[in-house]
Design a protein around this ligand. Structure first.
Ligand SMILES: Nc1ncnc2c1ncn2[C@@H]1O[C@H](COP(=O)(O)OP(=O)(O)OP(=O)(O)O)[C@@H](O)[C@H]1O
Ligand SMILES: [Mg+2]
Length: 234
């Protein structure tokens, strides 16, 4: 199993009040999956994504990534594991504005200690794959929204991480461009990448192979997949 979580709780302590964003959530995601996470605003989707991506620790519960208990990792191990195993795609792209497309995509490789020449080669190859072979030296503000998101897809994938996490990757894109990004993610899934995507967009969700519905910080067991398929296709 690629990801296994058991009884994950995440509480935010705001002094007088505690917010329980995840309330004993358990899930399993296998290698090669294409999972869409759906649920109302505030239900805990991004909190879950940040825990899966090792950006934030759970308050309690067990998390195994490729069989390893990451709950026991120290900061150094977490950073190393994150760099090797996780690729992130965000709604607002999160590209470095002073770096051009090629340099943005090279970054995860350089962090991993890959030499500059190899990094350049791999990054340009990845940008070609997402259709930006002719935009290597453009900075983010010289690219369209869809192109910026394609750069961030390339950055997420360049180090070939086993897990791709996307938190509303099409949230800032028009419907035509978001279809292009989803086509690209689907293509990558066919090539073997595991994709976990948070979305509010039903056109995006219906492309996934599996849907997980979150409500009040838990998996909503009452959510019937056939009903969902019906709702989503109508
Ligand atoms: N850093 C934080 N400090 C305090 N509370 C937080 C923090 N992050 C999230 N929360 C709270 O946890 C709950 C879940 O938030 P989360 O961002 O996971 O929701 P979401 O499902 O991603 O919502 P949306 O669809 O609006 O992005 C919310 O009630 C939110 O206010
Ligand atoms: Mg969110």
């Amino acid at each position: 199993m690629l990801i296994k979580m058991k009884d994950i709780v995440r509480e935010f302590d705001l002094g007088a009040v505690k917010v329980r964003a995840l309330d004993g959530l358990s899930l399993e995601i296998e290698n090669g999956a294409f999972v869409a996470i759906l649920g109302p605003s505030g239900s805990g989707k991004s909190t879950l994504m940040n825990i899966i991506g090792l950006l934030d620790p759970p308050t309690s519960g067990d998390y195994y990534l490729e069989g390893e208990s990451v709950s026991e990792f120290n900061d150094e191990q977490l950073t190393k594991t994150r760099r090797e195993k996780i690729g992130f795609i965000f709604q607002k792209f999160n590209l470095l504005p002073k770096l051009n497309a090629l340099q943005n995509v090279e970054l995860p490789l350089l962090f991993q200690g890959v030499d500059k020449k190899t990094a350049t080669l791999k990054a340009s190859h990845m940008l070609e794959l997402v259709g930006l072979g002719d935009r290597l030296t453009h900075k983010p503000n010289e690219l369209s929204g869809g192109q910026q998101q394609r750069v961030s897809v390339a950055r997420a994938l360049v180090a070939d991480p086993p897990v791709i996490l996307a938190d509303e990757p099409t949230g800032a894109l028009d419907s035509k461009t978001s279809k292009e990004i989803i086509d690209l993610l689907e293509k990558l899934n066919h090539l073997g990448n595991t994709i976990i995507i948070i979305t509010h967009d039903q056109n995006v969700a219906r492309r996934a192979k599996k849907i997980i519905y979150i409500s009040d910080g838990r998996i909503d067991e009452s959510f019937d997949l056939r009903e969902a398929a019906y709702e989503i296709s109508n």
